[in-house]
Structures are given as C-alpha cells and as structure tokens.
Design a protein around this ligand. Structure first.
Ligand code: IPD
Ligand code: CA
Length: 261
C-alpha cells in the first residue's frame, strides 16, 4: 500500500472512530449485557460500535479484510491487509460506568501494523500513529517517559479477568513489581494502558493473555512514541496469536522489568 493511499485511508478512518465514540455514552445500551464467559462480557454498545465501524470501513474499501472482537474471525488471512478492531476495550469499565474505555482500531499488513488509533470518548483523547511518522494525542506529538530505573517508575499491571486460571502468577508478578517501583496501577483497558506508556504517564505495562485487538493499535502508537513492546520472554509477539503475554515500556526499564518477572 503506497504512503498516499494509506494516508487517505487513515484520514477517513479517524472521523469514523470519533463518530462511533458517541455510542459509548449510551447508558441504556451499555446496560444490555451478555456473558461470553463468567467474567467476559459484551454489551449492545460493543456490537453497535463494531457494526457501525465495519460498515463504514467496508463502504470505503471492501477489499480490506476485517477482524473484530465481536465476530467469528476464523476466515481472516493473517498475511492480508486487515482492519483489527476492538469496538470497546474496557467493556467491564463501561458496564460499571468507570469512565475508561476506548475504541481501538489498527490497520495491519501481515505482522506489520501500519496505522493505529485509540479513542477514549470519556477523556476525549484520540491517540494515533502511522508507521514511520510518530505518535500523537489530539494532534500533539507524544513521547515515552525518560525514567531510567524501575525504582522511579509507575507500572500498570493487568489482571485479565478472562484468564483467571493465571491469577496467582499475575498477582505474584504484581507484588514483585510493586516492591520495586513507585506504585502500580490498573486501568482496565489494555489499549489505553499502552497509550499511557506511549505518552509518558506510565513507564510500563504488562498483562498476560491479550487478544490481537487489545494491543494491535497500542503497539504501533507505543513504538512510534519511542517505547518497546515484547512478550514476557522478550520476543516480538505474533500479532494474530490467540493470546499473547504483553510487556510494554519506555524502553529504558524493559530489561529490568523482564528480569523481575
Ligand atoms: C479487556 C481489557 C482489560 C484486560 C483484558 C481485555 P475488553 O478487553 O483490555 O483491561 O484485562 O485482558 O480482554 O474485553 O474490555 O475488550
Ligand atoms: Ca472489547
């Protein structure tokens, strides 16, 4: 895809995401809840946002395949150009009125994310990045923090309520990190946590068992802001893996964080 075609594609995608963001304020739809698992929910907002964005993107260019959390993705071919959407990242937050949820949309070609946007309609912050062109929040360039040591850091640790069988290990990691840093945080929306590392509000973030749509857009935004994202072993995660253990940081503390867990 040429840089010009990509740029046009993005110029059109951002207003679609912004428009869809209005749906996250609909408290009637966010109270219409179905259980996908014991602690894994989908609301009428998730499905409405996904339909809205998928229809609008496909009207724009139906040759780009679409992967979304709330659909069957078994026919998605990982080497093709693909939109990867989490219509609501932070569904549990949305259900409880805990105002931290986002729409996360990435455009990927094979393993490479070309474009990512994460829009939190509650804070009205739109994070975006195009590969090779830097990362922005509401059009202003963002950069990771300059914190050099774990002992000076603020780290977010995800608990992934959908993978509770790993809770003991997750809480052990949390305790080990807590003992070495200023404090820990838990926002409850992986895409926002990645963007907060990208913008220097957090110095690191980790969570086990994330799905492609949880981290695809945030990965590019973080990397374009100077940060680093790997799995817990320090390797690049496979974008289309069913689940990935993700560790993100400002780069400076990455090795220490990895060593710690
Ligand atoms: C979830 C959120 C949450 C994280 C889970 C994700 P969802 O996404 O990002 O913070 O702990 O692992 O699945 O279900 O709200 O889209
Ligand atoms: Ca979701």
């Amino acid at each position: 895809m040429s840089a010009d075609v990509l740029y046009n594609c993005l110029e059109q995608a951002i207003p679609i995401v912004r428009e869809a963001g209005k749906l996250l304020h609909d408290r009637v739809r966010s109270s219409s809840i179905q259980e996908k698992g014991k602690t894994d929910f989908v609301t009428a907002v998730d499905t409405a946002v996904q339909s809205f964005i998928r229809d609008r993107l496909q009207k724009q260019d139906s040759s780009i395949q679409f992967m979304g959390e709330e659909q069957d993705n078994s026919s998605v071919e990982p080497d093709q150009l693909t939109w990867i959407l989490d219509p609501v990242d932070g569904t549990t937050n949305l259900i409880h009125g805990f105002r931290h949820s986002a729409i996360s949309l990435a455009l990927a070609e094979g393993e490479q994310v070309l474009f990512g946007v994460v829009y939190d309609p509650f804070s009205e912050e739109l994070f975006a990045a195009q590969r090779g062109h830097g990362a922005f929040c509401n059009h202003k360039p963002i950069r990771v923090s300059d914190v050099q040591t774990l002992s000076d850091s603020l780290i977010s640790v995800g608990t992934n309520p959908g993978s509770r069988e790993q809770a003991d290990a997750a809480f052990r990691r949390m305790r080990a990190i807590y003992d070495c840093c200023h404090d820990i945080r838990r926002i409850g929306a992986a895409s926002i946590e990645l963007c907060y590392v990208a913008s220097g509000r957090l110095d690191g973030y980790l969570e086990h068992g994330l799905r492609p749509w949880d981290f695809a857009a945030g990965k590019l935004i973080l990397e374009e802001a100077g940060g680093k994202l790997t799995d817990f072993c320090g390797s690049a995660p496979f974008l289309y893996a069913d689940r990935s253990d993700i560790m993100a940081s400002n780069g400076h503390i990455h090795a220490d964080l990895r060593f710690l867990i």
